[in-house]
Design a protein around this ligand. Structure first.
Ligand code: PMP
Length: 360
């Protein structure tokens, strides 16, 4: 069996130990003679798996008791509409920060439900920075402020949490949840598609403060209603049971690594050495301001774009997979989520140096 190094932005690498355990348990889960996929979501067994996953996530992120954890479907993109439906709560406007492609999608969708104030943007410098706190001119009547702490495509990660006073702060943590400690109490709501640091695609984790539940926009579908979802233990209908189970295994794996604090040290190291390899070599470059360079998504371009194809072919031959940048920006991108081992980053750096020596 060969396990290559997988730098995919999402769906992305999963820990080998998790895949092995899932394989071992696939045909016969805990001696029951059937797979976890094949049992009722309301069975005692599945409910215990589901509750344990929630508790492990609560432990890992130190989620305060006055927050609900929801296991939903529809990907992070469905939250772009659920957020205004649930959080406008009688107000007509919401504030958004625009730091790139995912912010823009969230803004576009929210505009269908309310007046969106884009209170700050880094568009003028091609999304290579993030607005500072002093630049955030919050609207007095905004229902919430939404931002994207980590822009997956251009690799821009906020180095601070915006201060919003009484206005609930809403964050799309799809590509950096569980990568470093965050203070959940600073947020009204957090959400993340699972397919990067949590598990397989098909599951979306929502963490929402209890006092923000209820009073949804008229016409909100039951499945999009956070309060109904919370009241039903995320089982208004059949949840994505296998994804939920796998997320639970990933949470256990992360606990065994020492938790978020411990993995964040590894993540810092992985990112620092990869950016250093880019900065120290004129053959490669990354345009993002140093203070907001993402620890999870590291885009870079080759000095000579004519060599892109060859770079990718040679990388793949060495088992370094999924390095092309997003189709909208080109170049390369190495996504180095929790499950990408440090040895994978070392192998990538060694290849980059070797390639540049031969072609530089
Ligand atoms: N937000 C961010 C920051 C993302 O990176 C992505 C997916 N790459 C999304 C939202 C959309 O996620 P989904 O495909 O699960 O809707």
């Amino acid at each position: 069996m060969t396990r290559n190094y997988n730098f995919s932005a999402g769906p992305s690498a999963l820990p080998v130990d998790v895949l092995k355990q899932a394989q071992e348990e696939l045909l016969d889960w805990h001696g029951l003679g059937l797979s976890i996929m094949e049992m009722s979501h309301r069975s005692r067994e599945f409910v215990s798996v589901a509750e344990e996953a929630e508790q492990d996530l609560r432990d890992l992120m130190q989620i305060p008791d006055n927050y609900k954890v929801l296991f939903m479907q529809g990907g992070a993109s469905s939250q772009f509409s659920m957020i205004p439906m649930n959080l406008l709560r009688g107000k007509k406007t919401a504030d958004y920060i625009n730091t790139g492609d995912w912010s823009k999608k969230a803004i576009k969708e929210a505009s269908r439900y309310c007046d969106v104030n884009v209170i700050a943007t880094s568009e003028e410098n091609n999304f290579t920075s993030a607005p500072r706190q002093e630049e955030l001119k919050l609207s007095p009547d905004a229902a919430y402020l939404h931002y994207t702490p980590n822009e997956t495509i251009r690799g821009v990660e906020f180095d601070y949490i915006p201060e919003t006073g009484d206005v609930p702060l809403v964050a799309d943590l799809s590509s950096n949840i569980l990568s470093r400690p965050i203070d959940v109490s600073r947020f009204g709501m957090i959400y993340a598609g699972a397919q990067k640091n949590i598990g397989p695609a098909g599951l979306t984790v929502v963490i929402v403060r209890e006092d923000l539940l209820g009073d949804t926009l008229p016409g909100t579908p039951s499945l999009y209603d956070y309060k109904m979802t919370a009241d039903a233990g995320s089982m208004v209908n059949t949840p994505p049971t296998y994804g939920w189970y796998l997320a639970g295994l990933v949470f256990k794996w992360l606990k065994a690594q020492g938790g978020v604090e411990a993995i964040s040290e590894i993540n810092r190291r992985k990112a620092e050495k990869l950016y250093a390899a880019i900065d120290e070599n004129p053959f490669y470059s990354n345009p993002v301001a140093h203070n907001v360079r993402s620890w999870m998504n590291v885009p870079f371009i080759l000095d000579n774009a004519d060599l892109d194809k060859q770079f990718l072919v040679e990388a793949e031959a060495l088992g370094l997979l999924n390095l092309p940048g997003h189709r909208s920006v080109g170049g390369m991108r190495a996504s180095i989520y929790n499950a990408v081992p440090e040895a994978g980053v070392d192998a990538l750096i060694a290849f980059m140096q070797d390639f540049s020596q031969r072609h530089g």
